[in-house]
Write a protein that binds this ligand. Structure first.
Ligand SMILES: Nc1ncnc2c1ncn2[C@@H]1O[C@H](COP(=O)(O)OP(=O)(O)O)[C@@H](O)[C@H]1O
Ligand SMILES: [Mg+2]
Length: 243
């Protein structure tokens, strides 16, 4: 697959090819396992195992990689919940072919109080998913509201890990608004798309909101495999910003 340029979003059927599966190359799976180990290490001192996944701009791979990180974490046997909190452009239900009549927005908007019934169970082994629900008119208000805090407290005590897919930080502040309830943020950086200036600005923005950056995952970059592996077109790289 050719490298993607800034803002490029493939049709959903092609985007699904980036989701980890049995046919994913070994090296890519290993890179996710490295990211997983780093996230587990970063969270080892934290009592809240809740991670927000975001990026600077749209179409940088937040949703796909949030799902892949959640699936990789679930492989350890830990119970994992993935929440689609991009209430503006939700995509997890399309990636996973799930019904989205009810979801996060229904809980936050008070339309349903039954969190257990709204969460889709065992979408993959050990992985449950809370889809976005219908797109609401007031996403930032819902995300920063009291009900979101209560929801994260409940799911945080029930699941070993929670991964939250969000809109880009340079467009809206939804990711940072969850700061009080989460352990930190994982940034997705897309080679050929995210610029250094954007990364700097996004880091400044998260610092202003007192949010902790747990690390960065780089996607869409060339990588020469180790001996025994042919070269492949992208790699997943995890770097701690705290080092
Ligand atoms: N690991 C990856 N390498 C290259 N492109 C990717 C990768 N993951 C996702 N993409 C592509 O990036 C585009 C945006 O993906 P998506 O996950 O919807 O991003 P976002 O949530 O940031 O808008 C899609 O066309 C998708 O196929
Ligand atoms: Mg997305």
């Amino acid at each position: 697959m050719a490298k993607q340029k800034k803002g490029v979003r493939l049709p959903i059927s092609q985007s699904r090819k980036f989701i980890l599966s049995d046919s994913t190359q070994f090296v890519i799976k290993e890179a996710y396992k490295t990211a997983r180990a780093n996230i587990m290490f970063s969270l080892s001192q934290s009592d809240k195992k809740i991670v927000v996944v975001t990026s600077c701009s749209p179409a940088e791979g937040k949703s796909t990689n949030c799902l892949n990180l959640a699936m990789t974490m679930a492989e350890t046997g830990s119970s994992v919940l993935l929440i689609d909190a991009d209430l503006r452009k939700p995509i997890q239900h399309s990636l996973l072919k799930l019904d989205n009549k009810k979801g996060l927005s229904s809980i936050l908007g008070g339309i349903t109080g039954d969190i257990g019934k709204t969460i889709k169970k065992n979408v993959r082994d050990n992985l449950d998913v809370l889809t976005s629900g219908p797109i609401p008119p007031n996403p930032a208000e819902l995300i920063s509201g009291k009900r979101m805090g209560e929801l994260l407290e409940i799911v945080g005590s029930h699941y070993d890990y929670v991964f939250i897919d969000t809109p880009p930080v340079m467009v809206v502040t939804d990711a940072c608004l969850m700061n009080d309830f989460v352990a930190g943020i994982v940034f997705i950086i897309k080679e050929g798309s995210t610029t250094h200036v954007e990364i700097k600005e996004a880091i400044q923005k998260t610092k202003l909101m007192n949010a902790k950056i747990l690390g960065m995952v780089k996607v869409n970059c060339d990588y020469k495999g180790k001996s025994g592996y042919s070269s492949y077109k992208y790699k997943y790289d995890y770097k701690s910003s705290n080092s």
